[in-house]
Design a protein around this ligand. Sequence first.
Ligand code: GUN
Length: 281
Amino acid sequence: MILLDGKLLAKKQEEKMIKVVEELYKKNIIPTLAVILVGDDAASASYVNMKTKASHRIGIDSITRTYHKNITENQLLEAIYKFNHDEDVDGILVQLPLPSHINTQRILEAIDPLKDVDGFHPYNVGRMYAGLNGFLPATPMGVMELLKFYDIEVLGKNVVIVGASNIVGKPLAALMLQSGATISLCHIHTKDISLYTKQADILCVGVGKPSLITKDMVKEGVVIVDIGINRLEDGRIVGDVDSDVVEKSSYFTPVPGGVGPMTIASLMQNTIIAAKNRKEK
Ligand code: GUN
């Protein structure tokens, strides 16, 4: 069994990005990421913190706006419009989830698609589904890069994805399909997910439920991509896949240290691309 070391690949990518950003500085281009965080969710605050820290390691400037959970939708839209029109800002990221009184889709659609480094705007979603270039969502992009780094062929494989969120499952299915996989996308209404997971050459799970996938649900030699991040009561961080599934798998992403660091690295890559697209010439 080989560990898919996202921490290692993210570090390698960071080293490359540092050099690219140095070149941009010589042209007076400073890639800049604006991050909007609403409310006091500890996990969200921690993700935002990791994103800004990564930015600074690479030389990407970051602006973080933190708002009280009672902010109105219109106030949030105003904040986005400001960043849309700020010539210095290359990328805009609204950390999800937003409080329930805010229409998330309306917020995401307010972001200038050319600054939409999360790839959540329908403009970029549509381009991704059509196989056109545009911003890819960070987690699915990170998963694809991790598989590529380890020379794991996707073409012609049975890829089973559990969890059909807009952030992970749906876009990952689109990218896998684009790479020639046969995809099964399982979700909350799937009657028996083991029917599908047993067929998987590559099993990607992003639900947020510890031990959702157990050893009896996979075949020998499966590639496990665990996208879940769960904090147990004892403080341990685990994914959605039971640890003893390792015994049956050929490749396995650790949690933490697998997909998580790749998500952040991909966001950084998107921010640099946005800066190049907007400011280079
Ligand atoms: N919440 C969980 N994952 C993500 C992500 O990739 N981007 C943003 N903005 N929020 C998230």
